[in-house]
Design a protein around this ligand. Sequence first.
Ligand SMILES: *[C@@H]1O[C@H](CO)[C@@H](O)[C@H](O)[C@H]1NC(C)=O
Ligand SMILES: *[C@@H]1O[C@H](CO)[C@@H](O)[C@H](O)[C@H]1NC(C)=O
Length: 338
Amino acid sequence: MAPNTLLVVLLVGAVAAPRAAAELPRLEHPPTKADGSLTVLAVGDWGRRGQFNQSLVAEQMGKIGEKMDVDFVVSVGDNFYKNGLTGVDDKAFEESFTNIYTSESLQKPCQQINPNVNKSDSLTLAVLGNHDYRGDALAQLSPVLRKLDNRWICMKSFVVNAEVAEFFFVDTTPFVLKYWNEPKDSTYDWRGVAPRETYIANLLKDLDAALKRSKATWKIVVGHHAIRSVSEHGDTQELVQQLLPVLKANRVDLYINGHDHCLEHISSRDSSLQYLTSGGGSKAWRGIFTPNTDRLEFFYDGQGFMSLQLTNTEARLAFYDVAGTVLHSWGLTKGAYY
Ligand SMILES: *[C@@H]1O[C@H](CO)[C@@H](O)[C@H](O)[C@H]1NC(C)=O
Ligand SMILES: *[C@@H]1O[C@H](CO)[C@@H](O)[C@H](O)[C@H]1NC(C)=O
């Protein structure tokens, strides 16, 4: 397929050395459907060797994925519990990813993004969560994992251009001050991150530049931590203060995150931004609900995942539980005036 040659992915670099301001790594995902539409699933907070209903959620993702003909899966982080991976040889990678997300629909070829494979890379595009930073964070970014399972692509911050939509993956863990100041019993792998202020300043600058350049109808930002959440962890103040202004200034449509182990949809009251939490990949049922000032459209304190269908004029999202039942669906149209 001709476009493949253009797309040898920028998977190296930006790994060990602290990031300087630069262009974010970009992946190209040309439309695979004749009408140019795109379908993705999003799941977070999942890697528990199938336990806590991870396997049930995975099975339903496979079924819904088949029905909807998904293009790729987004992982919003906390990929491997409890402390990320110990290294590239950690069996948790197979036990919590390869052996769990086994459905055919999650195995479709997607050679545009990874031309070095023959089959089975219906990609999971992943960011890191705070638990991933408690292990060998660089291991999850390693090409060695991609050799073990070629569906796996994890980077700290990057852009996926799918024409109708552009996805901006943001590494949110370094924003959260308490991981630096009060790590308690945890050790965070800040290789390539410290010093924090420089990393964040450069990341926000790069994100802003990438958003300004984007011509996609839909601009979607993905991070691990919530900006807005009514569940256990609540709003992430550092993101409200530092990331949110960049999203609003660039008219981002959706912000998708995990971290809280639940499903949520909150509408911003002073912009068109929708906050979506899809952190129900395994352990859930925290039993905490604290409303905030934005408009709560939907909250489910249990396991599940989210789908997103995008055309040039319409975005449609849905949340599912462990039985594959649609709990909430919502749509938005965009006119030519946009
Ligand atoms: C798994 O899902 C079932 C079916 O909805 C539910 O009854 C059970 O409590 C869940 N288990 C856990 C550990 O959350
Ligand atoms: C793809 O399959 C062909 C034919 O089986 C094989 O020669 C080639 O090495 C494979 N490429 C990769 C990257 O696995």
